[in-house]
Design a protein around this ligand. Structure first.
Ligand code: HEC
Length: 473
């Protein structure tokens, strides 16, 4: 009886798939017209099995699912779609399957209540609200005296002293607060006690394009705070004039300092093909000295027409950048499109592939490329499909959470999750969601007290909080 059903629907499918799928068709529509009749409108299963659970007939890997769709599982009644659907459309279906099953899975995770304990695999955790502010807290970091600096994207830098008194720093640079732009990262110099430098990144309006619309760039500066005032500012990086064209998003931008080197990220600024173009700052991770000079051993320093500051390229929108506390490796999280968020180990001169390779698809469900891997391009160490919207991250370097020492904590915006990654031999061996639902988590940092601080934000109310996680003894 079952077989007859399958055969009947194969005939139906054969009819519907004779119409060629256009290259830009959205994955929801492709799924509805080709797959829903057997696997159910919500992928929940009908006459064919659910695509949401982890009970696979194949080994369940991306490759196995791709092959099943392309070549069919003919003896089981799964038709082959390799003739009707292009490779990139089949890739969007795999992303769609991952997305839908992930959403069903993680919907079960309970959101903890602030100030109430909750359990994770390795620690019981308590939360405490440190402060609440209106607007988006984009970044935070501690000064050696235990006070905290944080940025509000609208263009404000704040100082919170250890007693809880807040001061808004005066005379910080004017920012272009549009789209994803504004005042972004803040990082005190590791030698702050000696030199007092604080580094800031922000989006800066630089003029208008031919269509008379505002354009801008990501600017990198450093300065000092004296008597509650931003002073002695030095500009460390501004992209060359001819490259100024930002559409208002994907500015990056995070810092990391290793010795005398300052690394910073610059998103593709909404021009994805720029990520492969060495003449522009967009879609790159850059390396300069802390005072803005450019190291002569940068990979493209001597290459004609290339930006001398580029350290790596093919980086879509890196929203996290951190130096490993003992190995000094540079790690970065990169915001993918719909699917294909990445964790990358950043090495000199490497091409990370965007937009030639990605595990994701366009936001509207249309394909970008069938390629998740190509020669000469670096695969991520770890990738999230669906995208969690990876943001800021940090290694835990405190003493309070004994079982978390050295783990990497990664914030997620869209999924409102905090991930704990354990890394061994440059591989992620554990990816635990330790917290979900409190808010969009944009930055994570270890406090001098050994607590783990996160920033959370609620889009609707436009409120942000800084929350401290402590270990329950
Ligand atoms: C005629 C019915 C039918 C249609 C249409 C169909 N499938 Fe299937 N599919 C099956 C059957 C039957 C299986 C084998 C598993 C089972 O017994 O349900 C299967 C298996 C699969 C598997 C492998 C699952 C595993 O357990 O490893 C994937 C992936 C899959 N289908 C995706 C799709 C996608 C995507 C589409 C649309 C492009 C689609 N299928 C359309 C019937 C169908």
């Amino acid at each position: 009886m079952k077989t007859i059903n399958y055969l009947a629907s194969i005939l139906v499918v054969a009819n519907t798939t004779t119409a060629a799928v256009s290259a830009n068709e959205k994955v929801e529509d492709v799924y509805k017209s080709n797959c829903a009749s057997c696997h159910g409108a919500q992928l929940q299963g009908a006459m064919a099995s659910s695509l949401l659970d982890a009970n696979w007939i194949t080994d369940g890997s991306d490759d196995a699912l791709t092959n099943a769709i392309k070549s069919g599982l003919v003896d089981r009644g799964m038709p082959a779609f390799g003739h009707a659907l292009s490779e990139e459309t089949i890739r969007t279906l795999v992303v769609y399957i991952r997305e839908t099953s992930y959403n069903a899975d993680t919907a079960k995770i309970q959101t903890p209540t602030l100030s109430k304990q909750f359990k994770t695999a390795l620690h019981d955790v308590n939360t405490r609200e440190v402060l609440s502010a209106s607007g988006i807290i984009w970044a935070m970091d501690f000064l050696p005296d235990g006070s905290l600096l944080y940025t509000l994207r609208e263009g404000e830098l704040w100082h919170l002293n250890p007693k809880g008194k807040r001061t808004k720093i005066k005379e910080t640079p004017e920012v272009w607060h549009r789209g994803q732009g504004g005042l972004l990262d803040v990082l005190p110099d590791p030698d702050y006690l000696k030199n007092g430098w604080i580094y800031l990144s922000y989006s800066k309006k630089t003029g208008k394009n031919e269509a008379n619309r505002d354009i801008g760039i990501t600017a990198i500066v450093r300065g000092k705070i004296k008597n509650g005032q931003w002073t002695e500012q030095q500009t460390l990086f501004e992209a060359p004039k001819q490259t100024h064209k930002n559409r208002g998003w994907h500015f990056g931008s995070r810092f990391a300092i290793d010795g005398n080197y300052l690394y910073f990220t610059n998103g593709d600024e909404g021009h994805q093909d720029d990520a492969q173009n060495l003449k522009t700052q967009n879609g790159k991770i850059h390396r300069i000295y802390k005072d803005g000079r450019i190291p002569k051993d940068n990979p493209f320093y001597n290459q004609k027409d290339s930006l001398k500051t580029i350290w790596t390229y093919g980086n879509r929108n890196p929203q996290g950048l951190v130096i490993h506390p003992t190995t000094n490796q540079v790690w970065s999280t990169e915001h993918g499109p719909r699917g294909g968020d990445e964790l990358n180990l950043i090495n000199k001169g490497v091409n990370y592939g965007w937009p030639k390779v990605t595990f994701g698809m366009n936001y509207d469900g249309s394909p970008i490329t069938p390629h998740t891997d190509l020669p000469g391009m670096q695969l991520p160490v770890h990738q999230w499909t669906p995208s969690i919207a990876v943001a800021g991250m940090n290694f835990y370097t405190g003493k309070q959470f004994k079982n978390w020492e050295g783990d990497l904590f990664v914030g997620s915006l869209a999924k409102k999750q905090l991930h704990r990654l354990r890394i061994k031999n440059n591989r992620v061996v554990d990816d635990e969601i330790i917290l979900k639902g409190l808010g969009r988590i944009r930055d994570v940092v270890t406090a001098p007290t050994g607590e783990l601080y996160i920033t959370i934000n609620d889009r609707k109310s436009n409120q942000s909080k800084i929350v401290a996680l402590s270990a329950v003894k």
